[in-house]
Every structure is written in structure tokens, then in C-alpha cells.
Write a protein that binds this ligand. Sequence first.
Ligand code: NDP
Length: 327
Amino acid sequence: MFKALVLNQVEGKTTAAVEELELNALPAEDVLIKVDYSSLNYKDGLAVTGKGKIIRNFPMVPGIDLVGTVEESADSRYNKGDKVVLTGWGVGENYWGGYAEYARLKGDWLVPLPEGMDPVKTMQIGTAGLTAMLCVMALEEGGVTPESGPIIVSGAAGGVGSVAVSILAGLGYNVTAITGRPETESYLRALGASEIVSREEMAEPARPLEKQRWAGAVDTVGDTILARILAETDYNGVVTACGLAASFKLPSTVMPFILRNVRLQGVDSVMCPFERRQEAWKRLQTQLPETSVGEIAQLISLQDVPEYAEKITNGQVKGRVVIDLNN
Ligand code: NDP
């Protein structure tokens, strides 16, 4: 028997409860994993509360991330005792995920844990941190360097934002953080932000082109903030867009693209190919400053997940939340 957070649908509403299940309740896949830690992402919040239409088939074990140890494997690439990390691929959405002591998954979805990488740190990073690194890689591929000028990060006190601020500052970029929570200023400065701007100021609708301020951006929120960032981006700048914490809308114009050569680069972590994931995880191991990792994350138990799911969908979680499946 093992414990899992199980979502059901009762009279059109999503319910979440910790249940005891038998191992044979797990879906038939290649690799059985003893889950050590999972994490809470914005998408998990939407799934567990039912506020977003993330899950279509119930019962479902949510949790889009996990790190654990292989128990049994029908995939020749993995053996009992191997440490593996999983993010995305629709796990925790279409397939049973990480909010359980055991999971059975496809070998294709797994990434071997980089040598020396601590399992807790892996989930302190999780999908949010992986996405932050994919944004940083996209900025670099667009030619943005620390010498290019300041980088702006929106939703900075959230999961993706916190890790992005920390990685960029560690790489020598000058980082400006956008937050709607002034009380997080000292936290964001500790992660390496040199300037803080208010969400309110950045959410003001922009003219098609504004004064150039940013060499690059990591946007996690969309809507008028992303539109303003685009209007304020330097000639040849790169804006990476990975989130919709404000909304999925983008009330912008083509002017930044056709007059300033600005690049808007989408970033998806869910279907990101294996080689790119592996590169991102390797870089996270060395390029996310150790001091930041502890600052960013808090540890909770499986029972606490519904409460924190509600909080993350209300923008009340600072940094990252790790779920301990060992007790
Ligand atoms: P969090 O909830 O941890 O962070 C989101 C942050 O956005 C909040 O902390 C808050 O930051 C800010 N925010 C919240 N509501 C609003 C609002 N109405 N207007 C403006 N800002 C707001 O979520 P994550 O960091 O886990 O995810 C961020 C986004 O990225 C989500 O939309 C998520 O779905 C997306 N995402 C996409 C991925 C991909 O593969 N493309 C992968 C992972 C996440 P503050 O208080 O500092 O203002």
C-alpha cells in the first residue's frame, strides 16, 4: 500500500484527498519509481483546486514533477537504484503524477539525476526552475549577454521568477524584478535583483513603443505587463514568454518587432526534448547559486498540498514549495 493525493470530480467540483492505494492501482508503464520529493507549480495549483481545466480524466494523481529512485524497470536504460527526475510530458495532467509515494512512468520521460545533484534541490528547482533555465538559454541564444544591458523578470517572487532572478544574477546579469508584493523586496534583492519595479507600474497599458530599458526579459505573467516589456525592449532585445499568471492575453502591436528588431521567444518545458532538458538540468546544478536554493524553497507534506494549491493560484506563494513523500 502507498499514499497518494487523489483528485476526483463530484457534482462538477474537484475534490482532493490523501488515500491509501495498492501498487497494482498504478497505471501500466515501464518504470516503477519510489518517489522521494515532488513540488508545487502554478499548474498543479490549478489542477488540485479545479480552477483550471488541467485534468479531464478522474480519478487522477496530480503532481507534474517528481524525483525518486527506480524500484523496477522494463526499460534497459534504467536499473533498480537509479535516481531519476521527471517534469512535464503531461504527467500529473493526463498520467498519474508525483503526489504519491510511488509512480509508474515511461522511461522516455525520465532524466537521470545529474551526478552529485541533491534530490531536494532538484525539486526546489522543479518545472518552474527548469523553465527559468530554458528562458535563460533562449536569451543567450538570442545573443543577450550580461554586457547587453538589464534583464527584467516578471512575477519575480513566484517560482519561475525567483529561480530566473537567481540564475541571471549569478551569471552576472543586471536584473530588475517586477513584483506585486512590496514585502518581497529584501528576498528578491537577496536573490540578486538590483532593481525592483512595481507590478502596478508595469501593468499600465503601454504605447506601441516606449523608452528602451531592457536588453532582455523573462515574462511569467502575460497581458499588459508583457505588452509593456515588449514596448520597452532595446533594439535587438529578446523577450522570453513562458507564463500566464496575469492572463493569456497579449494586448500588443507589431511595432517592437518591425522597428526595433525585438524577438519574442516562447518557452515550453512540458514537451522540451530530452537533450535540451538534460543540458538545462546540468546547468542548473552548477549555475543556480547554492545560497539561493534554500532561500527560495519551503518543505510541506502531502496533506498540506490542497492548502498550498489554493495559495499558489492566489499569488500567495513565495518562491518554491517542495513536497516531502518520505513521511
Ligand atoms: P507562481 O504562482 O509561483 O508565480 C507567479 C507569480 O506571478 C506570482 O508569485 C506573482 O508574483 C505574479 N502574479 C500572480 N498573479 C498576477 C497577476 N494577476 N498579475 C501579474 N502578476 C501576477 O507560479 P510559477 O512561477 O510556478 O509559474 C508562473 C507562470 O509560468 C504560470 O503561468 C505557469 O503556468 C507558467 N509556467 C509555464 C511553464 C512552461 O513550460 N511554459 C512551466 C512552468 C510555469 P509577484 O508576487 O512577484 O508579483
